[in-house]
Design a protein around this ligand. Structure first.
Ligand code: NAI
Length: 335
């Protein structure tokens, strides 16, 4: 198939081209982010490959369909950015990569927890500067702390296993309770109890209308003072201005993020010469107890290899007229 790969970076090219040696599609890599102004670049391509910050709204779907595109193959697990109703209306099949390396995301989550709590970036900068003072770097032991996991799917479950190894006690909230997770000694709670009792709250649920701003002013009124919040799922799970207020008055003691609700205009770009236009994001960066990475939790060799293989495998299945099992209608039913 002829596939237009939007938002393609050097690493996408490397892993997709490597996997394509087995699939034989014709890939055209485009640096442009897919949106209503760039959708015309896909004209004549049967398939479009998109990533998390491409804008896949009704306007884009209608332009893609008019240009002859029949398949939208997402190289991501999350699909909250896709207007599925519009895709269906325009006869577009949408596929995703449901699981590529939940370990990549879970391990990055734990890396963020440790790094923000022990202030590793700040400490390393000090040492580089010849400043060996420990003032202001006081951390706490994770052992015996209570970790609250919101969403015990593929990633949340691995975070639970890792944190058990640290000697933490684990609480979870998920409308669907998982016996394997319970067997780890994890106790399911309702969300309010988890908010009130946990020292660390880490988010691993998808972004849906139900979970949008799950952590808002109301939730932040219920947390244990000084709680650590970690979000490697989707930015809009947290109401950022409410989190900033809670950082100011100490209700949040540490905040570690790999995602941000308005990340589309920032992440994956080098803006070091132009500066940050987003004042809310810039305010977050002023807190010493906030650590942000730019949606890199998935970014390991193993994950990129699996993403490339499944993304192109989905296209191959489509071209051969058989389901891959990763079509979004199927995937969303499976949860
Ligand atoms: P999954 O589908 O295996 O698990 C999600 C879990 O969330 C399920 O157990 C589901 O029942 C639960 N859930 C649904 N609604 C909920 C609610 N209202 N409250 C609490 N739990 C709820 O998904 P997986 O693979 O574990 O991924 C989790 C999220 O991680 C994805 O939705 C995606 O947004 C994010 N992600 C982030 C990446 C990154 O690079 N930062 C990479 C990959 C995924």
């Amino acid at each position: 198939m002829r596939i237009a790969v939007f938002s393609s970076r050097g690493y996408d090219r490397r892993f997709l081209d490597e996997a394509n040696a087995r699939h034989g599609h014709e890939l055209t890599h485009l640096e442009a982010r897919l949106d209503a102004t760039t959708a015309q670049l896909a004209e004549g391509f049967e398939a479009v490959c998109a990533f998390v910050n491409d804008r896949l709204d009704a306007d884009v779907m209608s332009q893609l369909a008019a240009g002859g595109t029949r398949l939208l193959t997402l190289r991501s697990a999350g699909y909250n950015h896709v207007d599925l109703a519009a895709a269906r209306e325009h006869g577009l099949t949408v596929t995703r990569v449901p699981a590529y390396s939940p370990y990549a995301v879970a391990e990055h989550t734990v890396a963020l927890m440790l790094a923000v709590e022990r202030q590793i970036p700040r400490a390393a900068n000090r040492v580089r500067d010849g400043n060996f003072s420990l003032e202001g770097l006081l951390g706490f032991d994770l052992r015996n702390k209570r970790i609250g996991i919101v969403g015990t799917g593929r990633i949340g479950q691995i975070v639970a296993r890792i944190m058990r190894g640290f000697g933490c006690s684990i609480r979870a909230y998920d409308p669907v309770r998982n016996e394997d997770v319970r067997d780890l000694g994890v106790r399911y709670e309702d969300l309010d109890t988890l908010l009130a009792e946990c020292d660390v709250i880490t988010l691993h649920c998808p972004l849906t209308p139900d979970t949008h701003h799950l952590i808002d002013e109301d939730a932040l009124r219920k947390v244990k003072p000084g709680v650590m919040i970690v979000n490697t799922s989707r930015g809009a799970l947290i109401d950022t201005p409410a989190a900033i207020q809670a950082l100011k008055d100490g209700r949040i003691g540490h905040l570690a993020l790999d995602v941000y609700e308005e990340e589309g205009d920032l992440f994956f770009e080098d803006l070091s010469d132009t500066g940050i236009q987003d004042d809310v994001f810039a305010r977050l960066l002023t807190f010493p107890n906030v650590l942000i990475t730019a949606h890199q939790a998935f970014f390991t060799e193993e994950a990129l290899r699996n993403i490339a293989e499944t993304t192109l495998g989905n296209a191959t299945a489509f071209a051969e007229g058989r389901p891959s099992g990763n079509e979004l209608e199927f995937a969303s039913v499976r949860g």
